[in-house]
Design a protein around this ligand. Structure first.
Ligand code: GSH
Length: 204
């Protein structure tokens, strides 16, 4: 099995932190997405979305999308962590919060960064106005997250789940790529962020 990645990108960090939580490692193949390694015909033939991370199994089957890759490892290595939820209700809460944080947070953030900076204008049409609007949507979503974390110790449940990994990546992205002082403005997010950052899996 090989995991194709650009290690420090948000989506690849999500998978790496998840693997650290499981205590599993896998062979990595380093790609440089800024240089367009993911645009080669060879990579595009394997990766349906043309992006990293991408997991290639020994039988040649490939998996894209970080959450799908995390789910695969979670099933492949049976464990008691319940990172995708344990009970019927918790599984649904994980699914719900994961979608909320991804759609209203992380992907809006990606759209903001990509369209405002034009960083990938060698491969997509960048619309600066859409970037600005996306950043505003991210800023409008943050109070919802802060309210949730004032009421709950973790994002989806009262214990740590995969959604905390996604949210941690999102908050880091807001801070570093979008220049939003999230932890300065939102005390409940700040408390949760510092607690989650202390986990061993987040430090590697
Ligand atoms: N929804 C995808 C997003 C993957 C993604 O956006 N990957 C970025 C790195 S974070 C990438 O490959 N960027 C290069 C490009 O878009 O050409 C996932 O969760 O895996």
């Amino acid at each position: 099995m090989k995991l194709y990645e650009t290690a420090m990108t948000p989506s690849c960090r999500r998978v790496s932190i998840f693997l650290n939580e499981l205590g599993v490692d896998v062979e990595r193949v380093a790609l440089n997405v800024r240089d367009g390694d993911n645009l080669s015909a060879e990579f595009l033939a394997k990766a349906v979305n043309g992006k990293v991370p991408m997991l290639e199994l020994d039988n040649g089957e490939t998996l894209c999308e970080s959450v799908a890759i995390c789910r695969y490892f979670d099933e492949l290595y049976p464990n008691e962590l319940g990172l995708f939820g344990s009970t019927a209700l918790e599984k649904a809460q994980v699914e719900m919060w994961h979608r909320v944080v991804e759609f209203q947070g992380l992907y809006a953030g990606f759209q903001a960064f990509r369209n405002m900076t034009g960083i990938y204008n060698d491969r997509e049409r960048c619309v600066a106005e859409w970037g600005k609007e996306s950043k505003l949507r991210v800023e409008e979503f943050l109070p919802t997250l802060d309210k949730r974390l004032a009421e709950s110790s973790y994002v989806a449940s009262d214990r740590f789940t995969v959604v905390d990994i996604t949210t941690y990546i999102f908050i880091g992205f807001c801070t570093k790529a979008l220049d939003i002082d999230v932890t300065g403005q939102y005390p409940s997010i700040a408390k949760w962020f510092s607690r989650v950052s202390e986990r061993k899996a987040f430090q590697a």
